[in-house]
Design a protein around this ligand. Structure first.
Ligand SMILES: NC(=O)c1ccc[n+]([C@@H]2O[C@H](COP(=O)([O-])OP(=O)(O)OC[C@H]3O[C@@H](n4cnc5c(N)ncnc54)[C@H](O)[C@@H]3O)[C@@H](O)[C@H]2O)c1
Length: 246
């Protein structure tokens, strides 16, 4: 028996990469899962693929920077499945540049997509969870948000903001049996990092004591721990980074 039988989970940005792996892991544990992404093609492709593997999947196009789009998604999930047990705020982007070269557009796009999105998505979802007196919120942060990273002032600030958000939601909603934790991935093999040059990849890998990039499945395992029914943990940030702490 899976640990998430009949639980309903939403994973934002789950058309590909880490979000897709999280959705697949939750399905494997028996949850019903919403594949949600701004990219319509990816939503269709991933939802179809996971349905074929036998999961209960709902594919919904949702842009996490747009309140109306989020409200429509939440309404559809509640109308379809009657509850929301797990929310994974995973959608994210990078727009890297050294600070002096970083434009206001690059700054704002990353803050909007990686930080303000969690505020916007969590609001309607936590209302549903509050009525149920039960819920699990997991925010996908980053090692960059905990330690900083060259060329990522926007991204590190957004992810650090997500950590503060996580700890505050944990405090405000503990009395309703809703936990809120963050997983901070290190260097994970997805389209986001495949854009980096081989030189940069080699330099980063030199600093990873476990000697390899992480996989989306490595992150999914950590999310499953926080999403499970028995986790007596809230307000925590778990770095899943192969030992990459600088
Ligand atoms: N890959 C890494 O090394 C790494 C490291 C640390 C943290 N993270 C974080 O993990 C999360 C997933 O990253 P990934 O590597 O799978 O990236 P990815 O680019 O492969 O996937 C991100 C997904 O989010 C979607 N998305 C982007 N903007 C969106 C929006 N406004 N609304 C809805 N969907 C949107 C994209 O369409 C895409 O499907 C992100 O929050 C990222 O910051 C990744």
């Amino acid at each position: 028996m899976g640990s998430l039988i009949d639980r309903v989970g939403i994973v934002t940005g789950s058309g590909r990469g880490i979000g897709k792996a999280i959705a697949e892991a939750m399905l494997h544990e028996g949850a019903k899962v919403v594949i949600s992404d701004m990219n319509e093609e990816l939503v269709k492709q991933t939802a179809d693929e996971l349905k074929q593997k036998g999961g209960q999947v709902l594919g919904l196009v949702c842009n996490v920077t747009v309140t109306e789009s989020i409200e429509k998604m939440v309404e559809t999930v509640v109308n379809s499945w009657g509850r929301i047990d797990i929310l994974v705020n995973n959608a994210g982007i990078t727009r890297d540049a050294l600070f002096m070269r970083m434009t206001e557009e690059q700054w704002q796009a990353v803050i909007d997509t990686n930080l303000s999105s969690a505020f916007k998505v969590t609001k309607p979802v936590v209302k549903v969870m509050s009525k149920q007196r039960e819920g699990r919120i997991i925010n996908i942060a980053s090692t960059s948000g905990v330690h900083g990273n060259f060329g990522q002032a926007n991204y590190a600030a957004a992810k650090a903001g997500l950590v503060g958000f996580t700890k505050t939601i944990a405090l405000e909603y503990a009395s309703r049996n809703i936990t809120c934790n963050a997983v901070a991935p290190g260097f994970i093999d997805t389209a986001m990092t495949q854009a980096l040059s081989q030189d940069v990849v080699t330099k980063i890998l030199d600093k990873v004591p476990l000697g390899r990039m992480g996989t989306p499945d490595d992150i999914a395992k950590a999310v499953l721990f926080f999403a499970g029914p028995g986790a007596y943990v809230t307000g925590q940030v778990l770095e899943v980074n192969g030992g990459l702490y600088t």
